[in-house]
Write a protein that binds this ligand. Structure first.
Ligand code: PGA
Length: 238
């Protein structure tokens, strides 16, 4: 299966013309890697009108499909405008917005029921890594986040300390985490789930995670907004 490269634009860019420019540049640069762009909600429909080779993703969704949920966007709404993937449980949502594994598991279940592919983010903080608790933390995030859900669940291993810090995880340590996640997913009856690496990915280290640490793909934040960087990442050969 070709690698899956997911771009997480986070709350950027604030200018819709800039968003269009990046989306257009990505669309013409997609080669054999499956490329998913997750723009802010306000740009999703516009990006969808530009994409043909690239696919649309969202950065978050509600655990309800409709109703009194002020400020929320439901997986059904996303599906109805052509979104295929949704990121759930990003560490910024866990930390800044207090999302618990229980909330995350409800989101995972509803998104899968609505037919979206879920990109579930897991990863340890620096303190947890230093205490040797990486596997324990990821194990709980997987068990509680997935529960008995069924469907296309992609896991993004994103050590919290590597996100946006420029301190990408060493590929050997990342591979160890990948193997742990693979085993855990098999125990949860997900035999062939794709596992992505995320955290300070750039055009120089991307190939290490795909070719050395054998991840199925990447979740890219900052470098996905830099057109030249992102073009190099999605144009790599395996
Ligand atoms: P980064 O972000 O590539 O900027 O470290 C990754 C992410 O938060 O998904």
């Amino acid at each position: 299966m070709n690698p899956l490269i997911v771009a997480n634009w986070k709350m950027n860019p604030s200018d819709s013309l800039q968003a269009e420019k990046i989306a257009e540049a990505v669309e013409i640069s997609v080669r054999e890697y499956e490329t998913v762009i997750c723009p802010p909600f306000t740009f999703i429909e516009k990006a969808g009108s530009i994409f043909n080779k690239a696919s649309l993703g969202a950065q978050n969704c509600s655990w309800e499909v409709e109703g009194a949920m002020t400020g929320e966007i439901s997986p059904r709404m996303l599906k109805n405008i052509g979104v295929r993937y949704v990121i759930i449980g990003h560490s910024e949502r866990r930390k800044i917005f207090g999302e618990s594994n229980d909330m995350i598991s409800k989101k995972v279940k509803t998104a899968l029921t609505e037919g979206l592919s879920v990109i579930l983010c897991v990863g340890e903080t620096e303190e947890e890594m230093e205490d040797g608790r990486t596997e324990e933390v990821i194990g709980i995030q997987l068990e509680e986040g997935i529960g008995n859900s069924k469907g296309d669940v992609i896991i993004a291993y994103e050590p919290v300390w590597a996100i946006g810090s420029g301190k990408a995880c060493n590929p050997d340590a990342a591979e160890k985490a990948r193997l742990f996640i693979k085993g855990k997913m098999e125990n949860l009856s997900f035999q062939n789930s794709r596992i992505l690496y995320g955290g300070s990915v750039n055009s120089k280290n991307a190939a290490d995670y795909l070719n050395k640490a054998l991840f199925s793909g990447l979740l890219v934040g900052g470098a996905s907004l830099d057109i030249e960087e992102f073009k190099k990442i999605i144009g790599l050969s395996r």
